[in-house]
Design a protein around this ligand. Structure first.
Ligand SMILES: [Zn+2]
Length: 262
């Protein structure tokens, strides 16, 4: 993959992000699952502002990105086996998703990491814009971890690009406040994370907050006994967010940037 191709990948990701954000916002207005407390456009713009800030910082520090790194890294386990493209790519995607499941658990387990990831969990609303509400202190170590995975397993640049777009798309989809038909939700859940499955992870109750860590595949939560099928207060009655950050002032852009230090 050349530099131009890497840049094209970044553009594709941006285009996919804008298109899917618009589509899911429209779906939220047409088929809302539940009212969004603390909602409104100010909150949405703040959440999107946080990802714009974090991504700009990441691009400034590491212009090559994970795809660019993969394009220049010619080592790792998958490089050693001469598997057909499709098998190598699917294997790479599954390894990525498994690794990111454990990354998410680490962000909940270690207090220093939790301070960064907590910014994502203090939102009292649950909608598509929550899917990109991540502090730079979460984005930067996640990027380093991703490079470590690529260096170890040697995913090809196009596999990394596919996973990055898939992860972003699923982050938007799984936080969307859309009411899927129950049959569709049940069918999808066998393999992938759905909004009803992931919403439980944003519960104010600690036991539910420490469940449903999956990002794309739901199988890891079932395999490692962290899956919850339903929130105890019901999908429409459950309270989103954390008990200690519920004031409007906690949700302002500067307060979110400062939150890991509080
Ligand atoms: Zn979490």
């Amino acid at each position: 993959m050349t530099f131009a191709a890497v840049d094209r990948t970044a553009l594709w990701r941006l285009a996919a992000f804008i298109a899917l954000l618009a589509l899911l916002l429209a779906a939220e207005f047409r088929f809302p699952r539940r009212p969004v407390p603390g909602g409104g456009w100010r909150r949405r713009v703040t959440n999107v502002g946080l990802v714009v800030f974090s991504t700009a910082l990441l691009r400034a520090l590491f212009p090559l990105g994970a795809v660019g790194f993969a394009a220049h890294w010619h080592a790792g386990l998958l490089h050693r086996v001469d598997a057909p493209w499709a098998i190598a790519t699917v294997t790479g995607l599954v390894i990525f998703d498994f690794a990111i499941y454990w990354q998410h658990r680490a962000f909940h387990h270690w207090s220093l990491l939790w301070r960064a990831h907590r910014v994502h969990h203090t939102d009292t609303g649950f909608d598509v814009t929550l899917g990109v509400r991540f502090h730079p202190f979460e984005i930067l170590p996640s990027f380093g971890y991703k490079l470590l995975i690529i260096a170890t397993f040697g995913m090809a640049a196009d596999a990394v690009a596919i996973y990055e777009i898939g992860l972003l798309a699923f982050s938007l989809f799984t936080h969307a406040n859309v009411a899927l038909p129950p049959r569709v939700d049940r069918a999808l859940r066998w393999l992938v994370v759905t909004p009803d499955f992931h919403r439980i992870h944003h519960s104010i109750h600690a036991d539910e907050l420490n469940a449903n860590f999956g990002n794309i595949l739901s199988i890891w939560d079932r395999l490692f006994a962290t899956a919850r099928a339903n929130p105890r207060d019901g999908q429409t009655g459950m309270v989103i967010g954390l008990a200690e950050f519920r004031d409007a002032v906690d949700q302002e852009f500067d307060a979110l940037l400062a939150q890991p230090f509080r």
